[in-house]
Design a binder for this molecule. Structure first.
Ligand code: NAD
Ligand code: AKB
Length: 316
């Protein structure tokens, strides 16, 4: 049975992925870690330790203590926050990855997962149905760190045989935690605002389409990739994931089927420029061809599940 370490387990993805990995591999075999406490579900559902991913010795110590053979490295500074503090964003995103790669090489960790993002693309990338192999000239510090990270992952695979696997997630939508300071956060915030007071001020324009994905699809893609036969993983930088594409106005319209009085004001801020530099839609044909990936949630199904769960959570 795998012994799994999750770094960054208290964030948006960790809050869902940890629970699914524990269901699959047994609670005692999945150690959740972060610099802050996680959701009650994660804290109570299995082992948890405070771990700063910038502390390489402590990662090594924990890997030994728990006899870890698989690492999911989710800790990062997302696009909006990294743009506010570029040097800090670069430092944490890159050095955390080096720490995980080096400990994994030295401790002979069998499999590693590290997420890239659609943020690795830039304004010169073909923005419709963006292919796996294409121009990548990101203009954000987040995107630069993701693109550099992808190159380093491939390098460690080629040079040291490290079995590292990666996905370029689109914007992820989920209800268990808040989104973590990115450009696609609006698509989570709008649900809470709609249910709490029927009003939302959106920091992107009404008509900017972005690729998005419901968290259950993202978690399934992650686990499917990690379980795929190594011979089928032909891309050792990072696989495109497409999901669904919609604009802020389109998601607002879908939410109005449940909350007809929802009012949205559009006040684009610095994140508009980031969104404009990213693709409108992404092709994940390589993931389909290599390990059979197909998403399940469309805008309608995702909105229904989000409304039901946030309503329950807020007791409304
Ligand atoms: P998040 O911000 O919600 O969670 C990141 C977690 O990392 C937080 O709990 C934070 O406390 C933790 N962290 C920060 N610094 C740390 C440190 N020094 N040591 C240990 N933990 C630390 O982010 P997320 O949305 O869960 O994203 C996880 C990964 O997926 C990131 O690499 C992100 O770039 C990538 N990604 C996310 C999305 C998305 O829409 N959520 C899309 C594309 C890629
Ligand atoms: C962000 O907006 O920064 C993230 C991402 C798409 O990587 N959600």
């Amino acid at each position: 049975m795998s012994k799994i370490l999750i770094i960054g387990a208290s964030g948006q993805i960790g809050s869902d992925l940890t629970v699914e990995l524990r269901k699959k591999y047994g609670s005692e075999n999945v150690l959740a870690t972060d610099i802050k406490n996680a959701t009650q579900e994660v804290m109570d559902g299995g082992p948890f330790e405070i771990l700063d991913v910038m502390d390489k010795n402590r990662i090594a110590e924990i890997a030994d203590k728990y006899q870890i053979d698989t690492i999911y490295h989710l800790a990062a500074i997302l696009s909006g926050n990294a743009e506010k503090k570029p040097k800090m964003g670069w430092d944490i995103n890159m050095n955390s990855l080096f720490n995980v790669l080096d400990v994994s090489r030295d401790k002979k960790i069998k499999k590693i997962f590290w997420p890239s993002s659609m943020g690795a693309f830039g304004p010169t990338t073909p923005d419709q149905n963006t292919p796996q192999l294409t121009i990548m000239e990101p203009t954000t510090v987040y995107g630069i760190s993701k693109l550099a990270g992808e190159r380093w992952c491939e390098y460690y695979y080629n040079k040291y045989g490290l079995d590292i696997r990666s996905l370029r997630y689109p914007g992820l939508i989920s209800w268990k935690t808040e989104a973590g300071g990115g450009t696609t956060d609006y698509a989570v915030e709008i649900f809470y605002a709609a249910l709490e007071n029927g009003k939302y001020e959106c920091f992107l324009s009404n008509d900017i389409a972005l690729p998005m994905m419901y968290m259950d699809d993202a978690v399934n893609a992650t686990i499917q990739l990690m379980e795929a036969d190594s011979n089928n993983i032909k891309v050792r930088s990072s696989y495109n994931l497409g999901g669904i594409s919609f604009t802020p106005e389109q998601i607002a319209q879908e939410i109005r089927k449940y909350i007809p009085e929802l009012e949205v004001a559009y006040k684009p801020d610095f994140r508009q420029e980031i969104a404009e530099s990213w693709p409108r839609s992404i092709s994940d044909k390589a993931a389909f061809d290599d390990w059979g990936w197909k998403h399940e949630y469309d805008l309608e199904k995702m909105t229904k599940v989000m409304i039901e769960n946030i309503r329950k959570k807020l007791n409304k």
